[in-house]
Design a protein around this ligand. Structure first.
Ligand code: ASP
Length: 307
C-alpha cells in the first residue's frame, strides 16, 4: 500500500513498572491503538497525511487517560489551558494554538488556523474567539475534568511547584501523531494540556513549530513529548530535520543524536515519533517509557509503553 505509515504517542517519561497494572496498561494501549486505526483508515482510503494525523490526535484528545483535550492537567487557577500544533510537510503550512480554553479538540483549531487564517499561532482569548467564529465544538470546564488530574493539582495547589506530567512518576499524556500518505506527503501533529499547576500563561514546546512539531517532505515529520523547556531550547523537531537535510543522515541516526546525545545534557527528558519520506518510522526516547503505537503499510497495529 505505497509505503503509508503512521505513528502516535501519548507522552514519555519515568513510568514505574509497579504502578502499571495489566488493566491500566490495557486502557492506555487501547487508546493508542484506536488512534492508530483512525489515522490508518484515512491513509488506507487514499486520504492525506494531514487528515490522518488529525484523526489520530482527535482520538487521543477524546480519551481522558491522556493529557490533551478531555483529561488535560489543571493550571494553578484550576482551569485547563490547551496547546496544539499541526504541520504539512508538502506545503510547510502550519497552524498552532497556545493557552486556549474550552475548545473540545485543540488540534482541530490548530488545523483551522492553518487552513482558514493568515496566521500560524493564536493564543488565549483570541484563539477562543477564532474557534467560536469557526463554529468549533466548545465544552464547559466540567468536560475536561479527570479525578486523577484533579488530585495531582491538589498536591501542588497554592505552591510554586509545577509538575511536568512526567515528573510525578504516575501519569503521562501529551499526544501526537506523524504520518506518510500514499502520495508521499508527510504531516505531524501534537496536543497537550502542558504541566500541572502551570501559571503565568506558561507554554511548552508542543505548540511551537520547530520545537514540538515539524514536517518537511524533503526529510521527515516529527512530534515530540518531554520536558517542554529544554525541548524549546533545543529546537528538537527542526534539529532532526537539519541533521538529515544538511548532513544527509538517516532518520534513525538523526533522531539518535538529538534524543540520546543532545537532549540529556540539557535535562531534556522525553522522546519523539518520526517518519521519513519513505515511510520509515522511528519512535525513540531517553527515559523509561513512552506511550506509543504505529502501523506500517500492512496495517498491523502495534503499541508499547516500556523499552
Ligand atoms: N512537552 C509538553 C510540555 O512541556 C509536555 C509533555 O510532553 O507531556 O508542555
Amino acid at each position: 500500500m505505497n509505503n503509508i505509515s503512521i505513528a502516535v504517542h501519548g507522552g514519555a517519561g519515568t513510568i514505574p513498572h509497579a504502578d502499571m497494572t495489566p488493566a491500566k496498561e490495557k486502557q492506555y494501549r487501547d487508546g493508542l491503538e484506536l488512534a492508530v486505526r483512525r489515522g490508518y483508515a484515512v491513509l488506507a482510503s487514499g486520504g492525506t497525511a494531514l487528515d490522518a494525523v488529525q484523526a489520530a490526535v482527535i482520538a487521543l484528545e477524546d480519551c481522558q487517560h491522556f493529557n490533551a483535550g478531555k483529561g488535560a492537567v489543571f493550571t494553578a487557577d484550576g482551569t485547563h489551558e490547551l496547546d496544539a500544533s499541526v504541520m504539512c510537510g508538502r506545503t510547510r503550512g502550519a497552524g498552532a494554538v497556545a493557552g486556549v480554553r474550552n475548545v473540545k479538540n485543540p488540534i482541530v483549531l490548530a488545523r483551522r488556523i492553518k487552513d482558514n487564517s493568515p496566521h500560524v499561532l493564536l493564543s488565549g482569548r483570541g484563539a477562543f474567539e477564532f474557534a467560536y467564529q469557526q463554529k468549533l465544538e466548545l465544552e464547559d470546564d466540567a468536560y475536561f475534568f479527570d479525578q486523577f488530574r484533579y488530585d495531582q493539582w491538589q498536591q501542588t495547589k497554592g505552591t510554586d511547584v509545577y509538575l511536568l506530567d512526567h515528573s510525578d512518576g504516575k501519569k503521562f499524556g501529551t499526544v501526537g501523531a506523524v504520518a506518510r500518505d500514499a502520495h508521499g506527503d508527510l504531516a505531524a501533529a501534537t496536543s497537550t494540556g502542558g504541566m500541572t499547576n502551570k501559571k503565568f500563561g506558561r507554554i511548552g514546546d508542543s505548540p511551537i513549530i520547530g520545537s514540538g512539531t515539524y514536517a518537511n517532505n524533503s526529510t521527515c515529520a516529527i512530534s515530540c513529548t518531554g520536558h517542554g523547556e529544554p525541548f524549546l531550547r533545543a529546537v528538537v523537531a527542526h534539529d532532526v530535520h537539519c541533521l538529515m537535510d544538511y548532513k544527509g543522515l538517516s532518520l534513525a541516526e538523526a533522531v539518535r543524536i538529538v534524543v540520546h546525545e543532545k537532549l540529556p545534557p540539557m535535562d531534556g527528558d522525553g522522546g519523539l515519533i518520526a517518519v521519513d519520506h519513505d515511510g520509515n518510522l522511528v519512535l525513540d526516547f531517553n527515559c523509561s517509557g513512552m506511550y506509543r503505537g504505529h502501523a506500517l503499510a500492512d496495517g498491523v497495529v502495534h503499541s508499547a509503553i516500556f523499552k
